[in-house]
Each structure stands twice: as structure tokens, then as C-alpha cells.
Design a binder for this molecule. Structure first.
Ligand code: HEM
Length: 464
């Protein structure tokens, strides 16, 4: 909280002519956001021709999150996200959101978690069965491929074939970069120029639309109810008996596929990078995995086992604190209001950053230090400032699914492998629409013979 409220919100430093703060948000987004934290309650930013507010205190961020009617999705920056996900759940406005969320919610009911967990574990075991000692992994690529396979299997029943998986994994970073670029510099004509980056973005977008169109069509052709998320989207009815239109189904599938692939893929990349750099934490995760899993495959993990992976949970939480994939979020005000003691006019853009609240040194001493033990007995302030999944009625619908996946994958890998960074490659954060890492290369070391007997027709192969 600021010591005293300035007469007007302060403008953030380092604005450039024409670009405003777009340069800061593109070239040094994380230091820029950290430096603004807790110095002021509300700052103004200039993004090309637009002005935006950045809410800097946890209390103000929570106010934005919990008053979804006043701080709604929308505004010029948000329109850029709509380029991609249309009117899916993550981007729909207050009036359409409730209907959509009610339709989708059954797919995320806790009772469905054990089923998802089994489907996830099968994908994890299938992937780990292909790892060999000495193999060099592009960690980000491996984790995003895994989360995409899991998403396709758990949500859309149908397996995306390997070609489609490869296409989507390649398209996703181009899209995340392009959407972010359009958000920080929302000047339309620059994105219509025939530049290679713009062409790559359009191609990636077209790929995603094609793959999703094919998936939905194949699903419809099968004519069956598979009792999964896509079935709910195709067959679900709201309280007035109305279903989703073709376009709405497409937008929801796009939203869910991106939501279930990109953030968990980035989170897993960080988890294994952090573990490789912190041997004590890694040893503790390994010991816990040995205790709970032993040399059995991930498919034997049950929902009852997950709470026993206490240290692994703390590691996951701490990784999400240090590198929250959804690090910068935006809203638009639907009426004149006040924020951090300042009047804010209807139609204003308000940004906020879980990365910022999670790096407040008053709440998290030495905020840049990886310390899973800080989650042994977190303070009330730490719980409030920890917002990797957002809060309020726009909170991530997949938070439980995601935590199950992150903890399950971390334990399954730790039970059988060590990942060692190839010398000279240190992961560096890349903050775009999601907070990922640049190329991280890891060498795989098997801890024991890689036997995965639970998968029918598969015998263990890779030996240490
Ligand atoms: C580490 C993993 C994940 C992180 C960090 C994450 C983060 C978030 C955050 C911060 C929001 C709120 C955005 C806002 O307030 O503007 C959100 C919303 C959402 N997430 Fe996630 N997410 C993750 C995994 C998932 C998964 C696995 C799914 C789907 C299975 C998913 C689907 C969604 C959807 C549909 C929304 C929109 C919810 C609404 O507005 O009602 N996410 N996510």
C-alpha cells in the first residue's frame, strides 16, 4: 500500500515517444513490473495511443478481481486476445460469462478429477516410456507436447494425431508472442504490414483454427456422447434449453486447448528448471516420489496419493509464485469507479499482475529466491497475494485439474529420472501472453530401469 495517496496516479517511468511503455513491456517486462510494485497504488501506462492503469497493490488487485461487473473483460487490449479465442469463457463479458461458465462447470466438478487423473497418468507414462538415458530434451517443447496430449485426451476424448500435435505445439508460441505484441502495442496498422512476423502469426492462427475445426467435425461425425468436455460443449443446454452455436463451440475449444496446454506447459518447464538448479529441493521431491510411487508408473497414483506429496505441492506452488504463467491480466471498467483512492472513468483499461503481487518483498521475504518451504506455514498476506489462478468468479476453471497435473507429472518424472541442464543453458524468462522460458536443454538420466508395465502392450525399455 502506498504511504499516502498521490493527488493523481503517477505515470510509470521510461515512456518513449509514440511507443510509450510498450518498449518496457516488450524488452524488460518483469523488471519493469517489479520496479513499479508497492511504490504506488495505481500507475498509468501509455501503450502506443492508449492509456491504461496498472493496479499495484494486492488489495486493489483483489478488488478488481472480485468486482467482475465493474472490472469486466474487454477494452482495446483485450480485443487482441479475442483475435485468438473469440468469445470463449476466458474472454466473454459479464453478461455472457455466467451462462457459459454454468454450461462448462460440470466438466470440472471434483468428482471428475480421478477420471482425468487416470487419463493424464496414461499420457505421462506413455511419454516417459520413450525417455532414454543420455537423451537431450528441449524441455519447453517436451512439456508443451505432454500438456497438449493430456489436454486432447482429457477434454476431447479423441487423440489428436502426432502431426496435429506437432502443428499445434509449433503454432502456440508464435500465437502467444503475436497476441502479446498486439496487446502492448495495440496499433492495428502495424500488424497488417506484410512483415514475416505478421505472416507467421496469421499462419499459426490458421493452423489452430484448422486443427480445432477438424477435431470438432470428427467428433460430431462419430455421433457419440463420450462424457467428456467436448461432449458437454456439443450436447450441453443452458437453463433455457439453448445449446452453444458452432462458433461458440469453436471458441470454447480454442480457449480450453490453449488454457490447458500453454500455462501448465510453462509451469512444468519452470518446475524442472528450478529443481535442476536446487539439488536439496530436488532430493526431497525424489524421496517423496520414491515413498509414494516407488518404481511404479504414474497410472498407479490415486487422488488419495496426491495429498501425500506435500513437498512436491510446495515446489509446484513456489514455481507458480516465481513464474506465474498468467503474469499480466487486463480488464475494462463498465462504469465510473474508484481504485486505490483514485477516480477511474468508465471505459478505462486496468492491468494487474499476479507476478507483481507474488514478488512483494513485504509479503515474500527475498521474493526472487526459490524457497518451497515458505509454503509450510504461509501467512494470511501470502495466501492473498498468491494469485496464479486469479480469483473471484473469473478464477481459472481448470485450477484443480492443473494442480493435479503439475504435481502428478513432477512426481512421476522424479520417481524415474533426473534432468540435468546441458552446460551453458540457463533458463531465462520470456514474458509474453504467458510467462515461459527460452530454450532449456536437459539431459535425461534414468534412475532405474524404465519399466512401464501398466500400459497394455508396452514393456519397459530404457535402462539406466
Ligand atoms: C498452471 C496452469 C494454469 C494457470 C496458471 C492458469 C491461470 C489462469 C488464470 C490466472 C485465469 C484467470 C484469468 C483472468 O482473471 O483474466 C484463468 C482462467 C481460465 N483458465 Fe486457467 N490456468 C491454468 C490451467 C488451466 C487449465 C488446465 C484449463 C482447462 C482445462 C484452464 C482453463 C481456463 C479457463 C477456461 C479460464 C477462464 C475462466 C473464466 O473466465 O470463467 N486453465 N486461468
Amino acid at each position: 500500500m502506498p504511504a499516502a495517496i498521490a493527488a493523481r496516479p503517477v505515470e510509470a517511468p521510461h515512456a518513449l515517444p509514440l511507443l510509450g511503455h510498450a518498449g518496457q513491456l516488450w524488452f524488460r517486462p518483469l523488471p519493469f513490473i517489479r520496479e513499479l510494485a508497492y511504490k504506488h497504488g495505481l500507475v498509468t501506462l501509455r501503450l502506443g495511443p492508449y492509456r491504461a492503469y496498472l493496479a499495484c497493490g494486492t488489495a486493489d488487485v483483489l478488488e478488481v478481481l472480485h468486482d467482475a461487473r465493474t472490472f469486466d473483460k474487454g477494452g482495446p487490449l483485450f480485443e487482441k486476445a479475442r483475435l485468438l479465442v473469440g468469445d470463449g469463457l476466458v474472454s466473454s463479458d459479464f453478461t455472457t460469462h455466467r451462462r457459459q461458465r454454468l454450461l462448462l462447470q460440470p466438466a470440472f466438478h471434483t468428482a471428475r478429477l480421478p477420471g482425468y487423473q487416470q487419463l493424464m497418468a496414461r499420457q505421462v507414462d506413455a511419454t516417459l516410456a520413450t525417455w532414454r538415458t543420455g537423451q537431450v530434451l528441449d524441455l519447453g517443447h517436451a512439456m508443451h507436447t505432454l500438456t497438449l496430449r493430456v489436454a486432447a485426451r482429457t477434454m476431447f476424448g479423441a487423440r489428436l494425431d502426432d502431426r496435429a500435435i506437432g502443428e499445434v505445439v509449433a503454432a502456440m508460441p508464435v500465437i502467444m508472442r503475436g497476441v502479446y505484441q498486439r496487446m502492448v502495442l495495440p496499433v492495428d496498422w502495424t500488424h497488417r504490414l506484410p512483415l514475416p512476423a505478421n505472416r507467421r502469426f496469421e499462419r499459426a492462427r490458421a493452423t489452430m483454427h484448422r486443427v480445432i475445426g477438424d477435431t470438432v467435425r470428427a467428433y460430431r461425425r462419430s455421433g457419440q456422447d463420450h462424457h467428456d468436455l467436448l461432449s458437454i460443449l456439443v450436447h450441453g443446454r443452458d437453463e433455457h434449453g439453448a445449446g452453444l452455436t458452432e462458433e461458440e463451440i469453436h471458441d470454447q475449444v480454442m480457449t480450453l486447448l490453449i488454457g490447458a496446454t500453454e500455462p501448465p506447459g510453462d509451469a512444468l518447464t519452470w518446475i524442472f528448471s528450478l529443481l535442476a538448479a536446487h539439488p536439496d529441493a530436488e532430493r526431497a521431491v525424489r524421496a517423496e516420489a520414491d515413498h509414494v510411487l516407488g518404481c511404479r508408473p504414474a497410472t498407479v497414483l490415486t487422488p488419495d496419493d496426491l495429498p501425500r506429496l506435500e513437498h512436491t505441492h510446495r515446489v509446484v506452488r513456489e514455481a507458480l509464485r516465481l513464474y506465474p504463467p498468467a503474469w499480466l491480466l487486463t480488464r475494462t471498467t463498465t462504469r465510473d469507479t474508484r481504485l486505490a483512492g483514485h477516480p477511474v472513468k468508465k471505459g478505462s483499461t486496468v492491468l494487474f499482475s499476479p507476478y507483481q503481487t507474488q514478488h512483494d518483498p513485504r509479503v515474500f521475504p527475498e521474493p526472487r529466491r526459490f524457497d518451497p518451504d515458505r509454503w509450510r506455514a504461509p501467512t494470511a498476506a501470502a495466501r492473498l497475494a498468491m494469485l496464479p489462478f486469479g480469483a473471484g468468479n473469473r478464477k481459472c476453471i481448470g485450477d484443480e485439474v492443473a494442480l493435479t497435473e503439475l504435481v502428478g507429472v513432477t512426481a512421476a518424472v522424479a520417481a524415474r529420472f533426473r534432468l540435468r541442464p546441458v552446460s551453458g543453458t540457463t533458463p531465462r524468462p520470456v514474458a509474453r501472453a504467458s510467462l515461459g522460458a527460452d530454450r532449456v536443454l536437459m539431459t535425461v538420466q534414468s534412475r532405474r530401469p524404465n519399466t512401464v508395465r501398466s500400459l497394455p502392450g508396452r514393456t519397459g525399455t530404457a535402462a539406466s
